[in-house]
Design a protein around this ligand. Sequence first.
Ligand code: GUN
Length: 294
Amino acid sequence: MSADVIDGKAFAAGLKQDVARQVAVLKEKYDLTPGLAVVLVGEDPASQIYVRNKNKSTKESGMNGFEYRRDPDISEAELLGLVKKLNEDPLVHGILVQLPLPGHINEAAVIDAISPAKDVDGFHVINSGLLATGGQGLVPCTPLGCVMMLKGRLGNMSGLNAVIVGRSNIVGKPMAQLLLNENCTVTVAHSRTRNLDAVVRGADIVVAAVGVAELVKGSWIRDGATVIDVGINRIEKADGKTRLVGDVEYAEAVKHAGAITPVPGGVGPMTIAVLLKNTVTAACRQAGVEEPEI
Ligand code: GUN
């Protein structure tokens, strides 16, 4: 048996088209152009690529994209001042401060300063609290993208056993809340979990978001399970070149799973598409208009 490969690029392309249609309706009906401001501090090469891609996708969808680049030695007070200015800017409906920030800046303080209504990352405690209590906040992009792909593949997930490997605030914890909302039976495993193999063997759905290359062995995957691999790890090959691998041992898992996301080309492309979607949602709520149907 060989698993179906879940094509994240195709899912993302579909969602981006939906967003572009929503943006066109908002402009036409309400003269409303959603705007996303992305803030990059420093020159981390990976962050620069992410930010460039986010801004390019924002503009391609018809929205306004605002990019703010700041030197790595910016003070926390100056960065908080920029966030305050963006909170008050009526053309900006979504604010994303690219993480990680330099060590002298308190990330939690910066996230806390973003207006929850504009927090398109869904990292603010108000938004995580709303997700945990069934309210209508903004939901972190990566886990929301994973749930969209799972729903696309499985439809109704009620009663399925979902095992999430990883308990980060950005992926693992919100993923658990989202899958509970889908009526899954959810287990959150992590680096201290005993008998991780046995836990994963019981899963109909495996979400690996632990940040350790190929930690989840393919032989642990139950026949027919759906596997979502959030990991992006660069490993060195014998010839000295590097390659990207996920948190799941793909070559073996693909023999057992019913469906699996590849790395790259699985979860990654969905994250930016959901960011655009969240920006539309935020803009509609701020303007007090109904989000256009897709
Ligand atoms: N750095 C890596 N991924 C993300 C993300 O989803 N949001 C932000 N703000 N920073 C990141």
